[in-house]
Design a protein around this ligand. Structure first.
Ligand code: BES
Ligand code: ZN
Ligand code: ZN
Length: 497
């Protein structure tokens, strides 16, 4: 999809559709909408008066062959209350416009930002919205009879003086949008097409193309490093594990900046192991590598955006299979850190592989950690698919910084408590710790505490994305399937140095 900035008057642009947005307010036909209204003979005012175009969030008003405009259609998307309007809403508006026009067989359109919105940040949000909305999870469909695609979008509403800002926003939005699509594409892959080895190959290819340092640890190296927790998960099936390490080193690191360690869970399929999962819905466990894919997507974006901070990404990758060699409930494993773990439930495997991933990231020099993982079903109970679950180590400042980034990019995240009392739930009886809680409830918190045992005193945030990494129902601005959640937050976090 080509996206360009155009500073010529939008009324004269030849396009299949002209798109803008309308606020829910007393007299919404102002500024650019007033100009359009005049061109088409007062129809917008009439539609608003009749209540048909009230400006409610994502309400669509489509006018065919608008007289006085060169466009084939005029689409106005509701933007909700003006005082609540922000880049997150604009991202959804551009996305919903794209999906609605694509469904109608439109191939190109002009998106006009409103009079106060011709800024770099808003241009970025529009482009992120467009690229995210254009992603379809239909890669393996062979009967794509319809040629429904958006080939080009023109961003308009900018003066010549605003062109530079618009183009900067466009470039950044494209990098982030395409990196998110890279992650979503990986997440969408079924486990027969994406084994740990294939994920490692794809990560290596991406890193080489982006100019990032990359190292793939194979099963031999993993054994040498004594990553016993990761190995205990991979021993249940024939596919060997991999640990993917991708590093971004800035040319001029900011003095005093941390070394950020991003650790992502990549279980390419989670059967549960011997503690096997029920058949119903098990197919969804192909997305149990979303944390790892997201971290790789972040690295892809950072390679192009070049923050002044070093970032080390560690992705432990494995299947969780119930074969004859699988670990069994009650087995005791020794993690790379030397801690012993009683594996009471083989389905709580994410925390096992993250234990070694987090320890290794520290060993490589990370001073501040973030992990992302589809860790617990319990987070879906707590927060549904609306918020990412956030869990903090002792350093709340680091967590606050991440939460500020999440807010800035419009990703919903919610912090849960990490009282010491919950830590008691995973105290071991026969080993140092056990991989599930012995108390009742608090499953997401005990999962987080398990990982925290390996982060130690290093500032650390855990993101439980089990509820948010996969969209069960299509949204107006996003297809059903992988979301790539947390990528924009982590890119923003690294870019804040
Ligand atoms: N991969 C699952 C968590 C999950 C659940 C991801 C739903 C996406 C959607 C994880 O490995 C798991 O099985 N967790 C167990 C932990 C339990 C055994 C303590 C769970 O949540 O049931
Ligand atoms: Zn599991
Ligand atoms: Zn899992």
């Amino acid at each position: 999809m080509q996206i360009i900035v155009e500073t010529k008057a939008y009324a004269g642009l030849e396009t299949e559709a002209l798109v803008s947005y309308v606020f829910e307010e007393a007299d919404p036909i102002q500024g650019k909408l007033a100009e359009m209204d005049q061109a088409i003979g007062g129809l917008l005012k009439k539609l608003n008066k009749s209540g048909e175009m009230a400006g409610k969030t994502l309400e669509m008003t489509l006018i065919h062959a608008p007289a006085g405009l060169k466009a084939g259609r005029l689409l106005l998307v509701g933007a909700g209350k003006h005082e609540k309007f922000d880049s997150a809403t604009l991202r959804k508006i551009s996305g919903a416009a794209l999906r609605s026009l694509k469904a109608r067989g439109v191939h190109n359109f002009v998106f006009v930002v409103r009079e106060n919105d011709a800024t770099e940040d808003f241009a970025q949000a529009v482009v992120e919205g467009l690229i995210a909305a254009d992603f379809e999870a239909d890669k393996y469909k062979t009967d794509k009879k319809n040629d429904k695609s958006i080939d080009s979008v023109v961003l308009a509403g900018y003066s010549d003086a605003q062109r530079g800002a618009a183009e900067k926003g466009l470039a950044r939005g494209r990098i982030i949008g395409e990196s998110q699509s890279f992650a979503r594409d990986l997440i969408n892959e079924p486990s027969n097409k994406l084994t740990p080895r294939i994920l490692a190959e794809k990560a290596e290819a991406m890193a080489k193309q982006a100019g990032l340092a990359v190292e793939i640890l194979d099963e031999k190296k993993i054994a040498e490093l004594k990553m016993g927790a990761l190995l205990s998960v991979s021993q249940g099936g024939p596919e060997p594990p991999r640990v993917i390490v991708v590093t971004y080193t800035p040319s001029s690191p900011k003095a005093g900046a941390p070394v950020i360690g991003l650790v992502g869970k990549a279980v390419t399929f989670d059967t549960g192991g011997i503690s096997i999962k029920p058949a119903d819905g098990m197919e969804k466990m192909k997305y149990d590598m979303a944390g790892g894919a997201t971290m790789l997507g972040v690295m892809r974006a950072l390679a192009a955006l070049k923050p002044n901070v070093k970032v080390i990404c560690v992705v432990p990758a494995t299947e969780n299979m119930p074969g004859g060699t699988a670990q069994k409930p009650g087995d005791i494993q020794t993690a790379m850190s030397g801690k012993t773990i009683e594996v009471l439930n083989t389905d709580a495997e994410g925390r096992l592989i993250l234990a070694d991933g987090v320890h290794y990231a520290k060993q490589l020099g990370a001073t501040h950690l973030v992990d992302a993982a589809t860790l617990t079903g319990a987070i879906v109970v707590a927060l549904a698919s609306i918020n990412v679950g956030v869990f903090s180590g002792a350093d709340q400042t680091w967590t606050d910084k991440l939460l500020a980034s999440a807010k800035a990019v419009g990703e919903k995240m919610w912090q849960l408590p990490m009282d010491e009392e919950y830590r008691e739930f995973i105290k071991g009886t026969v080993a140092d710790i056990q991989n599930i809680g012995s108390g009742k409830g608090g499953g997401s918190i005990t999962g987080a505490w398990f990982i925290r045992e390996f982060a130690g005193d290093t500032p650390w945030v855990h993101l439980d994305i089990a509820g948010t990494a996969w969209n069960d129902d299509a949204k107006a601005w996003l297809a059903k399937g992988p979301t790539g959640v947390a990528l924009r937050t982590l890119v923003h976090l690294a870019m804040s140095y």
